[in-house]
Design a protein around this ligand. Structure first.
Ligand SMILES: *[C@@H]1O[C@H](CO)[C@@H](O)[C@H](O)[C@H]1NC(C)=O
Ligand SMILES: *[C@@H]1O[C@H](CO)[C@@H](O)[C@H](O)[C@H]1NC(C)=O
Ligand SMILES: *[C@@H]1O[C@H](CO)[C@@H](O)[C@H](O)[C@H]1NC(C)=O
Ligand SMILES: *[C@@H]1O[C@H](CO)[C@@H](O)[C@H](O)[C@H]1NC(C)=O
Ligand SMILES: *[C@@H]1O[C@H](CO)[C@@H](O)[C@H](O)[C@H]1NC(C)=O
Ligand SMILES: *[C@@H]1O[C@H](CO)[C@@H](O)[C@H](O)[C@H]1NC(C)=O
Ligand SMILES: *[C@@H]1O[C@H](CO)[C@@H](O)[C@H](O)[C@H]1NC(C)=O
Ligand SMILES: *[C@@H]1O[C@H](CO)[C@@H](O)[C@H](O)[C@H]1NC(C)=O
Ligand SMILES: *[C@@H]1O[C@H](CO)[C@@H](O)[C@H](O)[C@H]1NC(C)=O
Ligand SMILES: *[C@@H]1O[C@H](CO)[C@@H](O)[C@H](O)[C@H]1NC(C)=O
Ligand SMILES: *[C@@H]1O[C@H](CO)[C@@H](O)[C@H](O)[C@H]1NC(C)=O
Ligand SMILES: *[C@@H]1O[C@H](CO)[C@@H](O)[C@H](O)[C@H]1NC(C)=O
Length: 503
């Protein structure tokens, strides 16, 4: 111990002379006894690998079949059930969202806080007897009741069913990219065999998620559908994945704490944590800054369904249908192209298609592309992190928009119809949903279905601009004040929805 201290001090003294301290401006007191090992020059790298040492072990294998402790089977193969892809051409046998036999009102009236929402601890001491040692009173599902890992309400059922539709597309989608593009295609986009293995593994995670969600629903859990993807390059594939997993993740953050079943919420949280990692990995594969925000945002279920539905071409007969709304599409005419080192130079409609989550066109001229640029601050090939010198967008940027009228057929078998609430008036605001915040900017209309606004500069906390990352914008008639736990009250005021590529 004594010797180590002496040695560390000696090394530190040497470093203090050599290193340009401090490396974090404004951070004082950086001298630390543990930061004492300097990387040694590489001289003797391993060239042979094995045999390893034999360590103490017994033969053991996972229990299987009817053996006790055997794992439950997956609901699907780890590949995919769908045998074809592309648009649906046919006539739906049924149309519209699932509806109850009656509907109480057009909006949910606002109420005062719950009368029991009064707990406030003034002195840091426990206020009630503890039910057991080291067990502060309170919490839900903490009083010894037997957990039941099943949905407990229509809200739960429809939310988890939506989640399952999402898990199924991810299972097919991640496999689809691997199956469609060659090894050389991936290498040209900077993705190696080891990266493809990661994508393959992420696909397999989805077969587990789909099985979990199916089990929490029961026999009516929807099966896998057939999909219609927008990409034609590896780059567009990973861009689409980072967008799709963004609303997959945010869709769950939006409802998870509203679920009646805490048990379902528990397991769902443990799967969405994995989805969040996938989202970040696809950002890294797209050469984006992995997480440019301090908080991930949540969105209502109808938003996630609006974004997902256009990519499902058809579902098997008798597939359980959803109760959520499909909003009309909002188009960002000058949505930044992540493949440009100069996003300011993005032309109008530089997306591969007009569905709101379609990726940026990757086949731009090579001398405008950042994909193969090995220049710090300019390159956007796959990396742990990228520092774009020119941001994709910035506060004050004029954002030009067009939007579709309601009444369009979308989703599986074109059997859902986009709609807006009868209470919604004329479009007047753009709602920016990012991190913990909902920020409105005024819409300046330039035509019946077009207009513009300016990106807001609001911050979540000082130093964290709210609008960043792959985020969401909505066209609304009013600027209702809402926070993450009551955001879904925005729905009757939403006229159109889009994903916004802010960072
Ligand atoms: C169970 O695993 C053993 C090897 O551990 C294997 O020989 C056997 O075929 C497996 N049975 C089933 C039903 O998968
Ligand atoms: C246990 O807690 C649940 C809520 O988590 C509550 O519904 C139930 O009544 C409680 N049971 C008892 C015996 O207190
Ligand atoms: C359709 O699904 C219901 C349950 O949702 C089931 O009872 C019925 O047998 C199914 N019909 C067909 C033709 O698969
Ligand atoms: C978004 O985050 C990235 C990475 O931190 C940063 O470079 C960029 O300036 C941010 N954008 C805004 C509008 O703050
Ligand atoms: C959707 O299309 C598929 C394939 O054509 C068909 O089997 C299924 O019955 C259709 N479902 C609806 C709701 O129309
Ligand atoms: C992009 O446009 C903004 C606004 O006109 C400008 O301030 C910024 O300098 C431009 N970026 C570059 C890299 O030229
Ligand atoms: C998207 O819509 C705009 C306006 O209608 C059109 O100019 C553009 O070509 C469309 N993009 C694609 C890929 O179809
Ligand atoms: C990029 O290349 C094209 C020809 O392929 C050329 O016309 C254009 O001037 C080049 N742009 C720049 C900025 O070098
Ligand atoms: C990128 O540039 C660095 C420094 O110039 C160099 O060491 C590295 O090999 C380059 N990588 C590629 C993929 O060209
Ligand atoms: C990365 O971006 C930050 C914020 O824009 C900047 O301060 C820093 O100098 C950049 N670092 C590199 C290596 O480009
Ligand atoms: C953003 O959200 C934070 C956290 O809820 C809140 O304190 C802040 O007031 C919000 N900022 C704006 C501009 O709405
Ligand atoms: C949403 O919740 C916030 C409190 O976080 C409250 O101030 C606001 O009035 C609520 N909005 C509606 C429409 O109830």
């Amino acid at each position: 111990m004594y010797t180590k201290t002496i040695l560390s001090s000696a090394v530190l003294a040497g470093l203090a002379a050599a290193a340009p301290a401090p490396q974090v401006s404004g951070y004082t007191g950086a001298n630390a006894p543990y930061a004492s090992v300097k990387p040694s020059p590489l001289t003797t790298l391993a060239k042979t690998f094995g045999p390893d040492s034999a360590v103490s072990a017994i033969h053991t294998a996972a229990p299987n079949g009817t053996m006790s402790g055997a794992a439950a089977p997956l609901r699907s193969s780890v590949l995919t059930g769908a045998t074809s892809h592309g648009p649906f051409s046919g006539t739906a046998t049924t149309t519209g969202a699932v509806m109850a036999s009656s509907t109480v009102g057009l909006t949910i009236p606002a109420l005062p806080p719950n009368p029991t929402a009064t707990y406030y601890n003034t002195n840091g001491k426990l206020t009630k007897p503890e039910p057991a040692p080291y067990t502060p009173a309170g919490g839900l599902g903490t009083n010894g009741t037997l957990p039941r890992y099943m949905v407990e309400s229509d809200f739960d059922y429809e939310s988890i069913t939506l989640g399952l539709y999402q898990e199924w597309i991810e299972l097919d989608l991640f496999n689809n990219g691997l199956a469609t593009f060659s090894e050389a295609d991936f290498l040209a986009a900077g993705l190696t065999a080891e990266d493809r293995e990661l994508i393959r593994f992420m696909a397999q995670q989805e077969s587990g998620h789909a099985t979990l969600l199916s089990n929490m629903l029961g026999a009516t859990a929807p099966p896998q559908c057939t999909y219609n993807y927008p990409y034609s390059t590896v780059r567009e594939f990973v861009d689409f994945n980072q967008i799709l997993t963004r609303w997959g993740e945010s869709g769950v953050w939006g409802f998870i704490n509203h679920l009646d079943s805490r048990e379902v919420g528990q397991l769902l949280a443990q799967s969405i944590a994995t989805e969040a990692r996938q989202q970040m990995i696809f950002r890294q594969m797209s050469g984006l800054f992995p997480m440019p925000v301090w908080f991930e945002t949540g969105i209502p279920q109808s938003w996630a369904w609006t974004f997902l539905a256009p990519y499902i071409s058809s579902c098997p007969a008798n597939t359980t249908r959803l109760a959520w709304q499909n909003f009309p599409a909002l188009h960002v005419v000058n949505q930044a192209n992540i493949n440009r080192f100069s996003p300011n130079d993005t032309a109008d409609w530089e997306r591969v298609g007009n569905r709101t989550s379609d990726p940026a066109i990757s086949t731009i001229p090579q001398n405008q592309s950042c994909i193969n640029l090995n220049v710090t601050g300019q390159g956007c090939g796959p990396a742990i992190s990228r520092n774009k010198s020119e941001p994709l967008t910035f506060p004050g940027k004029q954002i030009r928009l067009t939007w579709d009228a309601p009444g369009q057929a979308v989703g599986p078998n074109n059997s859902y119809v986009t709609s807006v609430s009868p209470v919604a008036g004329a479009p007047a605001f753009v709602a920016w949903v990012a991190q913990l915040n909902l920020t409105y900017t005024p819409l300046i209309k330039t035509g019946p279905n077009s207009g513009y606004t300016y990106q807001p500069a609001s911050e979540v906390y000082v130093g964290d601009p709210a609008a960043n990352d792959t985020m969401f914008i909505a066209l609304t008639d009013t600027n209702l004040f809402l926070t993450p736990f009551n955001l879904s009250m925005i729905n009757p005021h939403v006229l159109a929805l889009s994903v916004f590529q802010a960072g």
